[in-house]
Design a protein around this ligand. Sequence first.
Ligand code: EPZ
Length: 419
Amino acid sequence: MNKLLIKGSRPLSGHVDISGMKNAVLPILYGTIIANDVCVIEHVPPIGDIEATLKILQEMGAIVRYLDETTVEIDTRAVKQGTAPNTLVSTLRGSTYLLGAELARYGCARVGVPGGCHIGPRPIDLHISGFRKLGAEVTDDGIFVSASAPVGLSGNKIVFDKVSVGATCNMLLAACTAKGLTVIDNAAREPHIVDLAGFLNTCGAQITGAGTSTIKVRGVPALHGCRYAVIPDMIEAGTYMAATAAVGGQVTLHNVIPKHMETVTAKLREMGVTVVEEDESITVISNGRFRSARIETQAYPGFPTDMHPQFAVLFAIAQGASTITEHIFPNRFAYAQELKKMGAAITVENNCAFFVNVMKLRGASVSATDLRAGAALVIAALAAEGETRIDGVEHIRRGYVDIVGKLKALGADIEWVEE
Ligand code: EPZ
């Protein structure tokens, strides 16, 4: 099935269960290599990026067993360093974490330069400078990144001149078995950083301060296996919140942590959308009409860049003029030309998008260019008048569990088609 077919303008109502967080599971899966033992990870979302990562671990010698649809047992005792299949590694940004994991367990690493969504340059200079601070020699020939620390890694003070989720995760992985204390300053504060630290500490690491901009890692000789449940996916949750706001209706999201959704909730309320928070659920109530607003994407706890395209759809049909300024990924605007095919009035200049509202979007044939742009096109199709065909759906399958099933259950007219 290579396309999505959506008939729009049907309000959403009902309940949706949010799955485990893709961007938390990815570094945790690589962290199981350091455990050199058996780990059981719960709430693993069955999506493309995760399945590809589990395949990489299996190709390296791990024994991977699904205990149920979202619980995975991973035995990494037979994993061999440097054996990750480059064909798979080069398609996933998350493969960068293999560097930190192999360095922590073997004192050396060799990983193909990682790929990922085309949302702008995806450098790893911060990762490399961090590994060097821990005593590793690192080379990058443009195809492979190789690192080695013949006498093992030693704790050090690492000060990032830019907040990076990936680099922060990689330092937690590498430093957890380094000799002595590592202090990471200007660390990323995302919930999935806290989740990775929680997993590593359950495996015997000694990490404090995760979730703040200064994280301390006291190295331990080795880690051991554990059982760990991953946090809910705040971006999947935000996507369903934005969809309900755009289309209209009433939807309750279950298995969410409202605190993780604070900036998304605040922005929707500012636009006049009703958002009701309970301990582990959020209900969005919308009549499909809302005010314009401004967004500037920032690292957590700021407004997440991964929610930018989804809110672009809201801004296209909000009453008045809106703007989005993108501070993390300059090429996040690929969705704009696709939304214009649906009648949106968007002007992109440098790292800003300017929106003038239109009453209604109209169905069209459009292409997903990256994961969150694909999610935005689904929201636009749900809100539009008429029928929309979306191709490039492999981008959507990478990051959203059963998006058709979950939206159908909320009353959407959506299906996979083969064309
Ligand atoms: C992670 O990417 C996520 N991917 C992205 O989600 C997310 O958009 C991003 O964090 C920001 O939250 C995964 O977790 C697999 P960064 P990452 O390092 O780690 C620059 C999705 O939709 N930078 O925080 O690559 C970088 O160019 C994906 O799920 C350097 O300059 O993001 C960017 O401008 C898309 N040098 C900024 O820092 C480096 O060495 C933040 O990037 C690393 C990053």
